[in-house]
Design a protein around this ligand. Structure first.
Ligand code: SF4
Ligand code: SF4
Length: 99
């Protein structure tokens, strides 16, 4: 014979309830693109794809003009035909302003 067991949802604040426990925040990321100058043929694709206008171009090729604007989407890295771009990432410091 089965015994009758009733489960009740614990009230908020009791042990095992939803309470006020919060998940720890994931560290936010910072990003910065780098260009290997010798490999850049100045095609302009990186500047055309970047949604944050991080790059500037002149006769010498593409330059990382506003690295602080980079959001790490890696469109530039994926589309550079000469693999001249590397987007590096690291954890932002606590309280650091991240775009
Ligand atoms: S996409 Fe690559 S080769 Fe073209 S300008 Fe940018 S860094 Fe240079
Ligand atoms: S990773 Fe995205 S935002 Fe950053 S420079 Fe490349 S295209 Fe621009």
């Amino acid at each position: 014979m089965k015994s009758a067991v009733t489960k009740t949802k614990p009230e908020s604040g009791e042990s095992g309830g939803t309470g006020t426990a919060r998940k720890p925040e994931k560290p936010r990321k910072r990003y910065r693109p780098f260009i290997i100058r010798a490999w850049c043929k100045n095609c302009g694709i990186c500047a055309a794809f970047c949604p944050k206008q991080v790059y500037r171009r002149d006769d010498a090729g593409a330059h990382v003009e506003k690295p602080e604007e980079c959001i790490g989407c890696r469109f530039c890295e994926m589309h550079c035909p000469d693999l001249a771009i590397s987007v590096q990432e690291w954890d932002a410091a606590p309280g650091e302003n991240v775009p």
